[in-house]
Design a protein around this ligand. Structure first.
Ligand code: ADP
Ligand code: MG
Length: 444
C-alpha cells in the first residue's frame, strides 16, 4: 500500500504518481456509509422543511462537522438555516449527538446570561429532537468568514486583525470574563492528551500503518515520536506541563473558535447600520468553564493548516530512496500567503490585545499552552476528518478531497508540531514561538 513506486489506480485526487495513500478500499467503505446517512438526512431535512413551511434555497458546505446545513426561506420571507445532525455510531466526541444537543443548550445559556452578546452571537429560533438526531434553526446572516480577507489576491492582514480583535473584544468583555474558576494542574493532560489517546484507534484504523504504527516516523526531514506515546508521556509526567496549565478557566462562551465560526456581517445586519458586525456561531457544546487558550489556538490552527488544508488538500509523498516511514508533506499548490503572515503575527497580536492581555496577565503559561494546544488540535482534527464523511470540494477542480487525505495531512502536521512542542518543553519548559512556527507550511 505504501510502496513509493506504486502508481495507484484511482480517480481520487489523493493519489499522484509518488503518492502515499491508496485510499480506494477505505473510500468505498466510507462512501457506502455516506450514502446511507445521506438518505436518512434527506428524509429528516424534508420533514423539517415541511414542518416549518419553508422553501429550500440551498446547502451550506463550509462547516467543519458532519452536520448538514440548509439555507431556507420561512413563510414570513426571512432567510433561515436548518442545521441537522444524525448520530453517527463511532463519531468522535465533539461530533456526536450528545455534543450537538449540548451546543443548543450552550447557545441558549450564552444568549440568556449575556444580553450584550445577543447582537453578535448566533440566535436559535427552533429546535427539534429525535431519538438519533437533533436539529436547530437560526436566522441566516449574510457574511464572509473572518479569514476571507486573507485569501484575497491582495491579502488584508491589517483588516483581518482589526476584525478578529473586535470579535475577541466582544467575546472577552461579554463572555469569557463573566465567570472564572481556578484551573487545575493536569488540565492539559485531561483535555488534550487523554482525548488523543482515546481517539487514536480511529487514526490507526484508517491511516496507513506506516504513519500510525512505528515508534518514530520522519516528517519533512524531522524524526518524530509516536503521538500517542507523547500524549501518554504528558499524562504520566504532569511536571512537564505543570508550569503551563491554565491559572483560570473562564465562562464557556465558545469552545470551537475556528475562523469559519466567526462571521463578519455587513453594515445593517448587526447592531449598527453604519458598521459591520459579527456573528459568532457554532459553539462547541460545553457548559463547563473553559480554557481561553484552547479557543484562540483554534484560530491559529485555522490559519496554519486547517482552513487552507480543507480548501486545497495535501500533497503527501515518500522520497524514493527513504525508509518506509518517511513522509514529505505540503499543501497542494501554495498556502495562502495572507494566512502565513497572519499566523506568524498571531501571538504578537494576542499579546497586544487589551482585553485578552488582561486575562492572560495572570496566566504565565498561555503562549506555551496555546502552541501545545495547536499541535493537539491538528491531531484531533485528523480523527474528525475520518469521522466526518461529508463530501468536500476542492476549490480549484470542484473534485472531492478525500477525507483520508485531509486526515493524513492533519495527522502528519500534528505529529511534527507535537514532537517539536514536547521536545522544547522537555528541554527548556517552554516553546519558542519562532522556531516552532518555523514548521508552518510555507510558500515554496
Ligand atoms: N446562520 C448562518 N448564517 C450564515 N451562514 C451560516 C450560518 N450558520 C452556518 N453558516 C455557514 O455554514 C458553515 C457551517 O456551519 P456551522 O454551524 O459552523 O457547522 P459545522 O458544525 O459543520 O462547523 C459556517 O461556517 C458558515 O459558513
Ligand atoms: Mg463550524
Amino acid at each position: 500500500m505504501l510502496s513509493p513506486n506504486d502508481t495507484a489506480v484511482t480517480d481520487s485526487p489523493v493519489v499522484a504518481d509518488s503518492a502515499v495513500i491508496d485510499d480506494s478500499a477505505v473510500i468505498d467503505d466510507i462512501t457506502a456509509h455516506a450514502e446511507a446517512m445521506s438518505r436518512r438526512e434527506e428524509e429528516l431535512l424534508a420533514k423539517l422543511v415541511g414542518e416549518l413551511g419553508a422553501e429550500v434555497v440551498g446547502e451550506l458546505t463550509e462547516g467543519g462537522s458532519p452536520a448538514r446545513l440548509l439555507k431556507v426561506t420561512l413563510p414570513d420571507g426571512s432567510p433561515h438555516v436548518i442545521k441537522l445532525l444524525v448520530d453517527l455510531p463511532g463519531a468522535v466526541d465533539g461530533h456526536d449527538l450528545g455534543s450537538f444537543r449540548l451546543k443548543i443548550r450552550q447557545i441558549d445559556k450564552v444568549r440568556d446570561e449575556n444580553p450584550d452578546l445577543r447582537y453578535f452571537y448566533t440566535d436559535k429560533t427552533h429546535e427539534f429532537h429525535g431519538e438519533d438526531w437533533a436539529a436547530y434553526t437560526m436566522p441566516f446572516y449574510p457574511n464572509e468568514d473572518v479569514a476571507a480577507c486573507l485569501r484575497a489576491d491582495e491579502p488584508q492582514v491589517e483588516l483581518f486583525y482589526d476584525r478578529l480583535g473586535a470579535a475577541l473584544r466582544l467575546l472577552v468583555t461579554h463572555g469569557y470574563r463573566k465567570d472564572r474558576v481556578a484551573g487545575g494542574r493536569g488540565t492539559i493532560a485531561d483535555v488534550h492528551a487523554d482525548r488523543l489517546d482515546r481517539r487514536f484507534w480511529l487514526l490507526a484504523k484508517y491511516l496507513p500503518e506506516a504513519m500510525t504504527g512505528p515508534d518514530r516516523i520522519v516528517v519533512n526531514g524531522r524524526s518524530c515520536r509516536h503521538p500517542q506515546q507523547l500524549a501518554r508521556l504528558i499524562m504520566a509526567r504532569p511536571e512537564l506541563t505543570a508550569g503551563i496549565d491554565p491559572t483560570w478557566l473562564y465562562y464557556p462562551v465558545h469552545g470551537d473558535l475556528n475562523t469559519r465560526n466567526i462571521l463578519v456581517t455587513p453594515p445593517g445586519a448587526g447592531l449598527r447600520d453604519t458598521e459591520e458586525g459579527f456573528r459568532i456561531i457554532d459553539p462547541r457544546g460545553t457548559l463547563d468553564l473553559w480554557d481561553i487558550s484552547y479557543d484562540v489556538a483554534k484560530v491559529l490552527f485555522s490559519l496554519s493548516v486547517w482552513d487552507g488544508g480543507l480548501r486545497k488538500g495535501f500533497e503527501i509523498t515518500q522520497p524514493p530512496d527513504a525508509a518506509g516511514s518517511t513522509f514529505d508533506l505540503r499543501f497542494r499548490g501554495q498556502p495562502y500567503p495572507g494566512y502565513v503572515t497572519a499566523a506568524h503575527r498571531f501571538l504578537g497580536f494576542l499579546t497586544e490585545h487589551p482585553e485578552f492581555a488582561q486575562l492572560s496577565r495572570e496566566d504565565p503559561g498561555w503562549r506555551d499552552r496555546l502552541l501545545l494546544g495547536h499541535a493537539f488540535h491538528l491531531l484531533a482534527e485528523a480523527a474528525c476528518r475520518l469521522s466526518d464523511i461529508k463530501k468536500r470540494t476542492d476549490e480549484q477542480s470542484e473534485s472531492e478531497i478525500s477525507p483520508l487525505e485531509l486526515a493524513a495531512g492533519h495527522y502528519l502536521y500534528g505529529v511534527l508540531f507535537l514532537e517539536d512542542a514536547v521536545a522544547q518543553l522537555e528541554a527548556t519548559g517552554h516553546i519558542d514561538p519562532q522556531t516552532h512556527l518555523g514548521l508552518l507550511p510555507a510558500a515554496s
